[in-house]
Write a protein that binds this ligand. Structure first.
Ligand code: TGC
Length: 396
């Protein structure tokens, strides 16, 4: 007997959501399926970022959607997570866009910005009329931001920034960059060595952003090398509310939370492709889904998708209560991406040779997830965060 593929056959996850959350999910799903899915294979092949969708995401309320005021939607953490899931079910690059814009750049301004900075940037960013990027990682690596070498020095009333950043999403499209730099002035904290954030309009002389080419992952999105060569900024360009690395880490928490959900979207997409193929492809005279070995693979993939979504939901409910800890986020980020990658690889085996082509989304998801595994804290960083939480011993 053949049946239509079902991923909601065992758990009724909808029953755990409010009507508002289901509506956000449905809107995100419609956007992803109607505007991204039909073009994503071509965009991935051509390494094309479809800039014209930014305004549509803004009009849909998806940019900074978990922030309140300043034109932002004020949605709950679970609604935001569900939107990440649906966008990443289409492509990790588009969930990354929403993460960089909303969870990193807009969050930095909303958490740490002055009232003037919020007024200047947040409404335009929420509408998609302005794009932001978040410049933390440097060329020598992203795992140890404490080793940052980018500097900000005082010259008269101005700030002058020098340094380099790498893997900065959206930088070549951005209107404003949130740049993290080490200051040399005791007045600004930590004996003159504090990491502080600066809002850099990307038209400022000395700011350059060069898209990184040769990527075999995240091809439908943009990551850049950023140069900061004597970038002169007014004295009020600093974000007043963040002193030290807890500033950028506070934003990384937001983005990592979105990944917990998003990676499960990519995983669900891979499972759905494998399920569909398991009933439509016949080998040895019957659908491959009738083979016990195929069913075991499907069951294992399903178990991890459902567990991952339930974990994401649990973390979302904690976040809504203000009780979510960085170690809990590390559990989610580590688990979701690791399992999503395993699911993508397992799904590929069910698709046979066709699984390596763009007739299916699976290889694209697998390639994208390699980036997701590395950014916002590698597997190893999250293991070490958890090792510290468990033992009380710092192994960095
Ligand atoms: P340590 O130097 O001891 O602590 C610095 C301060 O930060 C605080 N902190 C956190 N605060 C909030 N949330 C977190 N998750 C935090 N983690 C640390 C810490 O309490 C301390 O505060 P204070 O007030 O005492 O100064 O750092 P640590 O030993 O706690 O952390 C070490 C480690 C390895 C966990 C941390 O360095 C780390 O998380 N490394 C990974 C960084 C990372 O994720 N990098 C990738 C960034 S991805 C990116 O930049 C690209 S964005 C996407 C795009 O643009 O496309």
């Amino acid at each position: 007997m053949t049946t239509a593929p079902r991923t909601d056959a065992v758990f009724d996850l909808d029953a755990l959501l409010s009507s508002d959350e289901r509506a956000w999910q449905q809107r995100a799903r419609s956007f992803a399926q109607e505007r991204i899915v039909p073009v994503i294979e071509r965009d991935f092949e051509n390494a094309h970022f479809r800039r014209e969708l930014i305004g549509e995401l803004g009009a849909g309320g998806f940019l900074g959607m978990h922030l309140s005021g300043y034109g932002c939607a004020g949605a709950g953490a679970v609604s935001y997570g569900l939107a990440c899931l649906e966008l990443e079910a289409a492509d990790s690059g588009w969930r990354t866009f929403v993460s960089v814009q909303g969870s990193l750049a807009m969050s930095a301004i909303a958490k740490y910005g002055s009232e003037e900075q919020k007024q200047q940037w947040l409404p335009r960013m929420a509408a998609g009329d302005a794009v932001g990027c978040f410049a933390l990682t440097e060329p020598q690596g992203g795992s140890d931001p404490a080793a940052m070498t980018t500097t900000a020095r005082r010259e008269g009333g101005d700030w002058v920034l020098d340094g380099a950043k790498r893997w900065i999403g959206l930088a070549s499209l951005a209107d404003v960059a949130v740049v993290w730099a080490r200051v040399d002035d005791p007045e600004f904290g930590e004996g003159g060595r504090a990491v502080r954030g600066f809002l850099v309009p990307t038209t400022t002389p000395g700011f350059t952003a060069t898209p990184i080419t040769g990527k075999l992952s995240m091809r439908a999105s943009v990551q850049c090398d950023v140069g900061l060569d004597a970038v002169r900024l007014p004295g009020d360009a600093m974000l007043p509310g963040a002193t030290g690395l807890s500033g950028p880490f506070g934003c990384l928490n937001e983005a990592r939370y979105g990944i917990v959900w998003g990676a499960m979207g990519a995983a669900r997409s891979c499972l759905e492709a494998a399920l569909e193929r398991s009933t439509s492809r016949e080998v040895f005279g019957h659908p491959i889904g009738a083979n016990q070995l195929t069913q075991a693979k499907l069951a294992d993939m399903f178990v991890e998708v459902e567990k991952g979504i339930l974990l994401a939901l649990h973390l979302g409910r904690l976040k809504e209560r203000g009780a979510l800890t960085p170690a809990q986020i590390s559990v989610g980020k580590l688990n979701s991406v690791r399992e999503a990658l395993a699911i993508a690889h397992q799904a590929r085996t069910i698709l046979g040779g066709d699984g390596i082509t763009d007739a299916f989304p699976v290889m694209r998801h697998a390639a994208n997830l390699e980036s997701v595994r590395t950014y916002e804290g590698t597997d190893e960083i999250h293991q070490l965060v958890l090792g510290r939480a468990l033992t009380g011993l710092d192994a960095f």
